[in-house]
Each structure stands twice: as C-alpha cells, then as structure tokens.
Design a protein around this ligand. Structure first.
Ligand SMILES: Cc1ncc(COP(=O)(O)O)c(C=O)c1O
Length: 379
C-alpha cells in the first residue's frame, strides 16, 4: 500500500496557544493575545435560548428555517439588500463555509487569487483540495488589500478571488469604490468572487460594505457567528450562495456536514437580536486598539497596518528581529504575554511581523503593553 501525504502548513497561533496553556498549567499567568477570538462569551440571550433548547428540543439533525429568515433580515437591516433565505446555507463556522464554497465553485488544479498577508486557512484548505493559491503580495501602499489593477494583470485569469474586509491579520478594509472595482474586475474576467465578511460589525470608522451591496447575485459571501457575536466555539457560520449554486451547495453541505450544530442554531437566532450587549464589546475593542497602537508607537514600532476593523494590530518588528516566531516564544516565556508571529499570514515576510489580538479586557491590554514595553527595554 502506498501513502500519499499532502503537506499541511502548521498554524503557529495554535502552537503558541499550546505553549501558553502549558505555562498556565505550571501556575504561571498568561495574557492571551495570540488567537483571534473575543475573550467575551456568547450574548446572554443566546445562552438563555441554548439553555431552553437543551430541555425542550431533542437536538437532532436540523436546519433552522427561522435562522435563515432572520439572517436574510440581517442583510436588509445592515446593508439594505434583499437576500432570499433559500440562498443562505448554514455551516460549521466560516471555516465550513470556505470549504463548501471552494468545493462547489472550483475544481482540482484551479488557481485562486488571494492577498498576502492573509488568513492562512485560505491557502491551506485550497492546497488540501488540490487547488493552487496564487498569492498577491499586498503592502501598505494598497492598505494590504488586492486592487482591481492587480487582478486585471493576472495572466491567466484565476478561477476565483478571495477577499476579506476587514481583513485578518491587518484589519484593513476595502471601501465601496475599491470593492466595487474588484467586483467589476471579477465580472469582466469571469472570476468567482468569495467575500469573507466574518469581521463585519467590528469597525472603528465607516461600516464594512458587503459584496452583495455591489452585486446582489454573483459573489459568494461568507460570514460567521464567531467574531461579532462572540461565539467561536459554537461553530456556526453561513454563506450566501448565488441562485444557480444553491442546490449544489446544499447537496455538498449535506454530505460533508449533514447539518450545522442544532444547539448553536437556537443560540444564534437569539444572538442576532443582542446588538445592545454586543455594542459594549465594540467600546472595549476601540479602547484597546487605541492603547495598543499608542503603546507600540511609543516603543518605536511604528510600521503598523491601519486597523480599520477586526481586533488585530499587525506590526513590523523587523528592526528588532528576523525571527518573529522566536520573538513571540521568548516574550511569552519571559512575561506571559502571548502574541502571534506574522508567519501564519505571510510565509514570505512574516518573519518580521507580529499580530496582536486585542479582543481581551482593557485591564489585560494595559498590562500586556506594560510588560511588552519593559521586556523590550530589558532586551
Ligand atoms: C478571516 C477569517 N475567516 C474565517 C475564519 C474562520 O472562522 P470560524 O470558522 O470560527 O467562523 C477566521 C478565524 O479566525 C478568520 O479570521
């Protein structure tokens, strides 16, 4: 028997997270800013709905029609667009939605364009499916986002383009004009557009624009309850499929996942009405963002991606290290502050960058920055 193995790239955030937990088990304290998750849990109303469902529902294989209808209303309320609930496919997180979108839209061997730095699972899942990620280096001149001109220059045209606005790790956003130009460039060259909108709702200036506002029919839009709704471990997300792909999406989804988690669907329906509580987290993120950015500048770390949204600071520390993974390991070992290396997001230049997730409390943020500053001075 012969075994073939596709190489899967490691997720360094997970390795640093393991080190951080090992440190905690030794009785040492840790400030977790290495993983991209809100430290707050699901909204109260979601927990109450889940508690009720535990008693009243048998929690079998199930897809909530009410949740699809409520998500459809969410598009009306947030973006003013009409989305037929039938086009909404519920998935285990945005991760499940990405897998589903790639599987239905693309074939093995297809080339898929994406910006670098970017969320590592895009390229790793594409590779696992036998597809070819085409990374487009994106720097500060384009706010770390791909532009329509970059897509027009790709020869041959890729089968698909993935964009995220706000993005991970930079938090930068595409405005209505930029996203509109990308939508146009994709339409022009028959490139499928996958818009990952998982950080919508977490912005610090103007609100994020959905690809569906610019083209209500063609883009595949992905979202999740993980970030704005603080429900990472509930593993629930969705995608909005173009009409012609709905049946295929549902067929594949049934085969790969059967159904999304039942308990989470009950909770998510209630979470969609919890904006008043969630607004409190946005105030915390905004305060933390200010503290982190000011502190970093004060430490002489001035090359910072403009975090228009999400809850990350992406910083160039190339003047301090050429090995940001080791830098993060040492910082964790010496101070208990866990940051992530940029290598997850940019395998080429990420050795000189770090990502700091500030979706923690204001006290933790202030303490982490104090320790980081002292540590840098003592180096
Ligand atoms: C840009 C982006 N997309 C997708 C995901 C996957 O999220 P989930 O599967 O928890 O919904 C993440 C998680 O960090 C992310 O940052």
């Amino acid at each position: 028997m012969s075994w073939t193995r596709r190489r899967v790239e490691p997720f360094h955030a997970v390795a640093i997270n393991r080190l951080a937990h090992a440190r905690a088990r030794r009785g040492l304290d840790v400030i977790h800013m290495e993983v991209g998750q809100p430290s707050a849990g699901a909204p109260r109303a979601a927990l109450e709905a889940a508690a009720r469902a535990l008693h009243e529902d048998r929690l079998g294989y199930w897809e909530s029609g009410a949740l699809k209808e409520r998500i459809s209303r969410h598009y009306h309320d947030w973006y003013g667009v009409a989305v037929d609930p039938q086009r909404i496919v519920l998935t285990p997180g945005a991760s499940g939605a990405l897998l589903l979108a790639f599987t239905v839209l693309l074939e093995a061997g297809d080339r898929v364009a994406l910006g670098r730095p970017g969320y590592p699972a895009y390229r790793n899942v594409l590779r696992a499916l036998g597809m070819e990620p085409v990374e487009i280096p994106c720097g500060p001149e384009t706010r770390f986002q791909p532009t329509a001109a970059m897509i027009e220059r790709l020869d041959p045209a890729p089968a698909a383009l993935i964009v995220a606005s706000p993005a991970n790790p930079t938090g930068t956003m595409l405005d209505r004009v930029e996203l509109g130009e990308l939508v146009g460039a994709c339409r022009e060259r028959s490139i499928a557009l996958v818009s990952d909108e998982i950080y919508h709702g977490i912005t610090y200036g103007s609100r994020a624009v959905s690809a569906l506002e610019l083209d209500a029919a063609a883009p595949v839009v992905i979202n999740s309850f993980s970030k704005y709704w603080c429900m990472t471990g509930w593993r629930l997300g969705w995608l909005v499929a173009p009409e012609a792909l709905v049946e295929a999406m549902n067929s594949y989804s049934g085969n790969i996942f059967l159904t999304p988690p039942a308990l989470s669907q009950h909770a998510a329906l209630a979470a969609l009405d919890a904006d008043a509580e969630l607004a409190g987290h946005l105030v915390t993120y905004a305060a933390n963002r200010r503290v982190v950015m000011e502190a970093l500048r004060g430490f002489g770390i001035t090359e910072l991606a403009p975090a228009d949204g999400a809850f990350y600071a992406y910083a160039d520390v190339g003047h301090l290290t050429a090995d940001s993974l080791e830098f993060c390991r040492q910082l964790l070992g010496d101070t208990g502050v866990a940051f992530n290396t940029g290598l997850d997001f940019d395998p080429v230049a990420g050795g000189r960058t770090i990502r700091i997730s500030f979706a923690v409390s204001q006290q933790e943020t202030a303490e982490a920055m104090r320790r980081f500053g002292d540590w840098l001075q003592a180096r």
